[in-house]
Design a protein around this ligand. Structure first.
Ligand code: DAT
Ligand code: MG
Length: 158
């Protein structure tokens, strides 16, 4: 598995419900690294760019209204296989389908208000991270911190 970066957004419902700390803890507990983070309000223009693939779908207007409706926490999360690992941690799209033990499965039962966004592929992650972060806003995790997170026996993180 390769070291990857993914975009995670704690959506307006997660912030309003005071779940930010608990959701961030999930990623920290897993051993992933936070390499970028900001609290912001997503503009309609940015929301349109982010969710361009959903334009024209029945839920698109509600999705844009929701994601721009209040502050969100945007994070760049890094680690071994981070894109797929985070998607698994999020759970299925709708809270009522998401398995217990996942973030969406543990904190909600809604379809649209599903608390958290995660990039669905390495390609999407690259595109989405560039929408929300300037290069200089993304940091690198010190190798020393990763000493007990990964097996370094052959010199690379495994
Ligand atoms: P995901 O966020 O799991 O990648 P997606 O990319 O298909 O899901 O859709 C983006 C968001 O749009 C999703 O998090 C919630 C909302 N959404 C998707 N399908 C929906 C539907 N049928 N009804 C209401 N909201 C929906
Ligand atoms: Mg998606």
């Amino acid at each position: 598995m390769a070291f990857e970066r993914t975009l995670i957004i704690l959506k307006p419902d997660a912030v309003a419900r005071r779940l930010v700390g608990r959701v961030i803890s999930r990623f920290e507990d897993k051993g992933l690294s936070l390499v970028g983070m900001k609290l912001m309000k997503i503009s309609p223009a940015l929301a349109q760019r982010h969710y361009a693939e959903h334009k024209g779908k029945p839920f698109y207007p509600a999705l844009l209204k929701f994601i721009t409706s209040g502050p969100v926490v945007v994070m760049a999360v890094e680690g071994n296989g981070a894109v797929a690992v985070c998607r698994k941690m999020l759970g299925a799209t709708f809270g009522f389908n998401a398995e217990p033990g996942t973030i969406r499965g543990d904190f909600g039962v809604s379809s649209g208000f599903n608390l958290v966004h995660g990039s669905d592929s390495v390609k999407s992650a690259k595109r989405e991270l560039a929408l929300y972060f300037k290069k200089a806003e993304l940091l690198t995790c010190a190798k020393e911190e990763l000493k007990w997170i990964y097996d370094w026996a052959d010199g690379t993180a495994r």
